[in-house]
Design a protein around this ligand. Structure first.
Ligand code: H2U
Ligand code: ZN
Length: 350
């Protein structure tokens, strides 16, 4: 379809405007950047590095793998009284919750795709532990990573966050409603049907292994947005067995290496997990998945802005999800830093 059209996002019930005719060529070149950005493996001024002091004067331990602490500037608190009103205009409700910071590695200079499989497994296990722990206290556990200055994250030390709340936030409400309704109509989980269709068509699939696949979803709004899906119908991170965890580490490393290779820079993004909510309801219609929302468009510095029509009417994209999938599929799975290291070794050898 080369004409302007709208695509429906069945997970949120929202539409996105696609204007493929605006990209005369599918790919308009890239801007390369020096590969050595000179980040030290330990930064004495970093509040996440082992042994360093944080804003609240507490010292991080000399951790050697992952490390979790309660955010010193948490947006939520666990102990506040329930209060709400039913005002038709000035309505509010109090909300209980907590925010934690999740350090992925003691090394200040690493990013997920540069870490070893075993180290990525440790990060996944930390996510699972946090999901179980906070899920026993709160209805919604949002695990996420904000990466890159362009996404408002100024510290390169590899880390993510988890925020847990006792009410379902907007995105969770949309996904719950949509998945529930799809199940009611078709008697199959929405994302299970979607996964099987993508595996059959193979137009938007980027990567797969025995337990996972990565697609550019048909309804993506960000240029290189992707969706990570399990092959089995699991609802939560806590459902993953060892083999699935290992396969997840493997596909994350390949996927994030591809991302970094698009512009030869650590690819900025917001990523996060959508687990089934943690309450007594039956969530057989829900499939665990992770969203990756990278803002970059044509180069390491050109970002897609969601302004104008997007803010006032609806999201819009030029390059189609199928074109983005093709670009990402063709990228190497070997991280560019690793590649230049290998090239260097080969040069030295011959
Ligand atoms: P981001 O850079 O992804 O926003 O994460 C850093 C978080 O770390 C941020 O939410 C917290 C900030 O509140 N932080 C601390 O908890 N302690 C500190 O000493 C500095 C920053
Ligand atoms: Zn650091």
């Amino acid at each position: 379809m080369n004409n302007p059209h709208r695509r429906y996002n069945p997970l949120t019930g929202e539409w996105v405007l696609v204007s493929p005719h605006r990209t005369k060529r599918p790919w308009q070149g890239r801007e390369e950047r020096a590969t050595d950005d000179g980040i030290p493996s330990y930064d004495p001024s970093c509040y996440l590095c082992p042994g360093n002091e944080r804003a609240n004067k507490q010292k991080n331990p000399h951790y050697t793998s992952t490390y979790v602490f309660t955010n010193d500037f948490a947006a939520l608190f666990p102990d506040i009284p329930k209060q709400s009103n039913n005002d038709s205009l000035l309505r509010f409700e109090t909300i209980k919750g907590t925010c934690r910071v999740l350090c992925f590695s003691p090394r200040h200079d690493l990013t997920l795709p540069e870490m070893e499989i075993q180290e990525i497994i440790d990060v996944i296990k930390m996510w699972i532990e946090q999901y179980i722990d906070l899920g026993s206290m709160y209805r919604w556990v949002q695990i996420f990573e904000n990466k890159g200055e362009i996404m408002g994250c100024s510290n390169p030390h590899p880390h993510g966050q988890v925020w847990a709340v006792d009410e379902l936030p907007n995105e969770a409400v949309k996904e719950k409603r949509q998945q529930q309704e799809y199940y009611r109509n078709y008697r199959i989980p929405l994302l299970s049907a979607y996964r099987d269709m993508e595996l059959e068509k193979r137009v938007r699939v980027l990567l797969e292994n025995d337990h996972w696949l990565v697609v550019v979803p048909y309804w993506a709004i960000w240029p290189f947005e992707t969706l990570l899906l399990p092959r089995m119908n699991v609802q939560r991170l806590s459902d993953l067995h060892d083999e699935m965890i290992h396969a997840l580490a493997e596909i994350l490393k390949r996927h994030l290496s591809k991302y970094d290779n698009v512009f030869n820079v650590p690819f900025p993004y917001t990523m996060g997990w959508h687990n089934a909510p943690c309450d007594e309801n039956n969530y057989r219609y829900w499939i665990l998945h992770a969203h990756f929302y990278p803002p970059l468009l044509r180069s390491a510095t050109i970002k897609k802005f969601m302004v104008g029509y997007e803010m006032l009417s609806e999201s819009q994209r030029d390059i189609t999800p199928e074109q983005a999938a093709e670009i990402l599929r063709e990228e190497s799975e070997i991280h560019y830093k690793r590649k230049s290291y290998d090239d260097e070794c080969i040069r030295k050898k011959y």
